[in-house]
Design a protein around this ligand. Sequence first.
Ligand SMILES: Cc1cc2nc3c(=O)[nH]c(=O)nc-3n(C[C@H](O)[C@H](O)[C@H](O)COP(=O)(O)OP(=O)(O)OC[C@H]3O[C@@H](n4cnc5c(N)ncnc54)[C@H](O)[C@@H]3O)c2cc1C
Length: 464
Amino acid sequence: MISRNVIPKLKAIVGPKNLLTTPEERWGYAYDATDREAMPEAVVFPGSAAEVAAIVRLANAHRFPVVPRGAGTGKSGGSVPIEGGVVIVLTRLNRILEISRPDLVAVVEPGVILTRLKQAVETQGLYYPPDPASADFCTIGGNVAECAGGAVAVQYGVTRDYVLGLEVVLPTGELISAGTRTMKGVVGYDLTRLFLGSEGTLGVITRITVRLVAKPAARQTLAAGFATLAAAAEAVSLILTSGLAPTALEFMDHVTLSCVKELLPFELPEGTLALLLMAVDGHPRDVEDRATRMARFCREQGANPVLRAKTPEEAEGLWRARKVISPALLKVKPHKVSEDVAVPLGAIPALIAGLQEISRRRGLIIPSYGHAGDGNIHVNVLYDRQVPGEREMANLAVEDIFTIVRKLNGTLSGEHGIGLTKAPYLGMELSEAAMALQRRIKQAFDPHNIMNPGKIFPGPAQRR
Ligand SMILES: Cc1cc2nc3c(=O)[nH]c(=O)nc-3n(C[C@H](O)[C@H](O)[C@H](O)COP(=O)(O)OP(=O)(O)OC[C@H]3O[C@@H](n4cnc5c(N)ncnc54)[C@H](O)[C@@H]3O)c2cc1C
């Protein structure tokens, strides 16, 4: 519990307009895109890094938790204040401070919405590749804290590959700079990388320097329908080893397709039970050649139909359908546990077969879709809280999924992080010694455990 005299001090730091204290107001910051929730005791909207530092220093003095929050679109409960305390919302820090063409960098505050940054750099012929499906509403600060990925990670990599430098308020209240503005840099330990994917547990990011690349001159989008999911999964493995070098290679299974089919810019024939969505980027001639070979290759693997988007609007329609899958699945059942496991590329068909077996054995609908091109599959265990036992069965299915993923040498999370929801399973991937080392790193940064406590590491806070 925060003590009573903390509230006036918070008000003095951020001003009365930037502090929420009533239950109705605070409720809006109690949840993210998971099914977990916990009420914050206060919510603040700092307007500068200095204000963030003052809040964190106050938290240290009074020993209350602080939880950084961007747009609250996280899929592992990272911004849910499970141990109470104060939620620090970074959305007022939303300036694009600089876009430098000569240096190929942009400097931004953490509350910038990703699409705004992408559009701003594109007006200068530049490109910031990371593209989570939530780009229109998530913040770049949240992307750094989760090391967000997206569809074009197959060719371009993830957020980690673009962050050069950071300004961070440490859990002790000190403001530090990590990393560089240069493309290379090896001075001391790589603290920038340590903050990437640290899920708001090591500090509050207040400024980000990202690397930009030239905007690709052309892009083509293709879709290929398959009669079985197994055939689509097999085709993914073959495309990846064929030298066709896709920029994006996404898949949807039949449950997913049934939820978004009316958004597709064309009709799929009866019996299409899986869809691959592909993009190729680059020089127009090269793109034309690779797209033609990709279409032919898919037909040879039994795809029917294979369609190429003829206009930018058609391509946009296909990607829009892909982006709304996550909420659209709630048409099938009112609740879901979303996992984002990743397996080595050659293991995708085995994972798909395993998921189908778990779905049959547990009697649950478990649709899957996502970034097949890098082995990062979004697995959704659907359930209804009103149906007795279904939530518990979903938990068992999640354990089954993690078990098979680990057998296949995969990882529990490709891009959504561990947060609250996956913390109980951390030991399935990290050894005792590795976990103990990570706890010591956390302790070194945050001796009083005030920065987003109850996340990543297993403990009583995550039990449901
Ligand atoms: C429909 C939908 C589609 C999605 N698709 C993708 C996808 O394709 N790829 C992908 O990777 N993710 C995806 N996500 C997940 C989510 O959008 C990303 O994890 C995103 O990076 C979260 O950003 P946010 O601003 O919402 O962060 P929040 O949810 O507010 O916070 C996420 C974590 O970051 C921490 N944090 C936030 N800001 C800061 C800061 N300034 N300093 C320190 N810590 C901070 C929080 O404490 C929390 O632990 C999707 C989510 C939805 C709802």
